[in-house]
Design a protein around this ligand. Sequence first.
Ligand code: SF4
Length: 478
Amino acid sequence: MSDEKIRCDACPVMCYIAPGQTGACDRYANANGRIVRTDPVVMLSHTIGSGGRLVPFAAREWDGDPLPSDTFVTGIGAGTTYPDYKPAPFIVSSTVAGADMVTVVTEAIFSYCGIKVKIDTDRFLGPEGAIIRSKGEVIGHVTTAEYGSQMLSIGGVHHLTGGSKSEGRETCAAMLALCNGEAVDLTINTGANVTVQAGRAPIVDGIMEKRMRVGCGSATIGMFAVQWRGLVDEVVVVDDHITGVVSEHRAGKVLGWPPTGIKVRGHRSTPGRYFKVSEPGLGWGGTRLTDPLDILGPWNSAKGAHAGLTLLMVSTTGEDHAYFVLDTALIPQKQPLPDALKATVGMIAENCEPSLCTVLFVGGAGGSLRAGVTQNPVRLTRSVQNGKTRLTSGGAECYVWPGGGITFMVDVLRLPQGAFGYVPTPALVAPLEFTLPRADYLALGGHADRVTPLATVLQQGGEYPTTAHVQPWPEGQA
Ligand code: SF4
């Protein structure tokens, strides 16, 4: 065995690796004077038993132990096309439902990539545009909130390459951890500390979130007004975005709800719908409120207020609720929640979905890696865009953005575990597979001389010797 270091050329870092050692990314090693990929190539099959099995790969003495006919070679562990002039590690031919198909498989290096995180909570995590830090480094920002969820944008080329070295390194590390399903602690400027993990509930300032709101305050009124009728004189659903008031809301009007003389402090949008009743925060319905009465002005007896009038105030998850009765001075006095109303609050809670974090990887596959698929890269872009070529990442269906390039998004939980890697340039490594009819592959200038049947691929392996792990498709994957 040579004791000389040898050079890995699977990314621009070009590590010299000593015998028995791995390179900087731990994904390649020097084994007996040859660069090998340290992880098995992952293959997926619907018919393999649970747990799967490890098979030799590129072991020339292997006798071709048959694998299920639906075996799909993913990019996980496949190796890369870098420096891009070379064909993809595997260009596999197969017959699917009688059609001759080709799947081009690679591990792509993404300097242009980011993560969109959806956090199902009303709680205020930070203002739109606020910067997000991980271990003190800026790695992203808060972006536009969506219905019932706060959204974070993490990574991207500016944080990976445009800041200090430590910013790039930490951005890459946080993205890798999130993509591989690990928990990451994030600090949001003028906002909260959030622990994010794909498929798990967020932890906001040390408290695990339980429920995603049932809807905005107005929507909650619309959904439940019928159930409150006859049980209570007034209902206010407190929400940071749109607070609803049943007696004024269209839903209440249609039901013939009488006016109550209530006065809500806030920007009245339309009847029974109020914006900005408070500042955003970690209190009732994503507001700062700990006492919901703070948003009410004096009650007006000329418009229906009277002693004994009953009032339910509730948040959009039902977690916060309080019941009041007006005294003779028209001041709300807190009373225990009547049993009949408990059921309606329970109904709000029952209709809330569990609060989860969703992590989507966004990558740009419209660059040089296309040369590993075809000698005429723009034809691949067109083929993906017009739907002739199916793009998957570790077997998971991708959403491809319309317009130029091949910008795709994938839910990281739909990939097999540990599918993502990194290189210290810094950049993320993600598996990609392009599948299309053989005739179309040849027509777009594909590497015809590299198209290889699956059985031969198993015997010959790829550029980097490794094993292959044949495992079941992740749950829910077609
Ligand atoms: S960082 Fe990894 S892929 Fe890049 S040269 Fe070093 S061992 Fe090879």
